[in-house]
Design a protein around this ligand. Structure first.
Ligand code: CA
Length: 239
């Protein structure tokens, strides 16, 4: 396995199928993560950021399609799951309706069991190629600031800036529309996931620290719009 091997998460409750997939995919040079239920699959998605997910439909704690729905519904801010993660659904059901249900929920591909490993591998490789062609994979650049949501790395003028998880989420929200004024209520909802007037002080202190960290070399990010909220930059942005 090389350092830049793509990581594949296999969520499959059948031990024999899971081991077979894991062994073969590892032999083909992929890094592997495995889970035998939807709950563990979700935890691995949140903590390990796999490049691709293979998910079985019938899982002991729910449907693989529900896991897929959660991935697509992730805002990439309050949870760390990238909603664009490619997902290939594996299913014992061959019916057209089942395929359509999978695609309806955002599956990138669908393979019915019993599957041919060679075909599955070809489909995985094709999906990964498509993904890797996506420019920057959600990487954001605003002026001298760069942020990479998948690694949570932030740089200003090429210098790494270390942020707390909430500071990063706040920055990512602001950077998604850098000139827009975000109200405090919107930011609280996006970053902390609740509405509470008392919490505006928490938001203000995070915004203040974020401004200091990003502005250590004289850059002006995180603009306080009095009485309303914040925006990332004051003027037009060069991207
Ligand atoms: Ca199953």
């Amino acid at each position: 396995m090389t350092d830049d091997a793509s990581t594949i998460l296999v969520v499959e409750d059948d031990d024999a199928t899971r081991s077979y997939l894991a062994e073969n995919l590892a032999a083909d040079g992929y890094a592997l993560l495995t889970a035998d239920c939807a709950g563990d699959g979700w935890r691995l998605l949140e903590t390990k950021f796999p490049d691709l997910v293979l998910v079985d439909v019938g899982l002991p704690d729910g449907s693989g399609l529900e896991l897929l729905r959660r991935v697509r519904a992730a805002d990439g801010v309050s949870s760390r799951v990238d909603p664009a993660t490619p997902v290939l659904v594996l299913s014992g059901r061959r019916g057209e309706l089942d395929r359509l249900r999978g695609f309806d929920r955002g599956a990138d591909d669908y393979v019915a069991k019993p599957f041919s490993y060679a075909e599955l591998r070809a489909r995985i490789a094709a999906l990964l190629r498509r993904t890797q062609r996506r420019p920057g994979m959600g990487r954001l650049r605003v002026g001298t600031l760069e942020l990479d949501p998948s690694s949570r790395e932030v740089r200003v003028r090429g210098e790494r800036v270390t942020l707390s998880q909430k500071e990063f989420s706040l920055l990512r929200t602001l950077a998604s529309e850098p000139t827009r004024v975000w109200t405090k209520e919107e930011l609280l909802r996006n970053v902390w996931g609740f509405r509470s007037l008392g919490a505006t002080r928490t938001l203000d202190s995070h915004a203040c620290r974020l401004r200091q960290k990003l502005g250590a070399r004289g850059d002006h990010y995180v603009v306080n719009v009095w009485g309303v909220g914040y925006r990332l930059v004051d003027g037009p942005v060069e991207t």
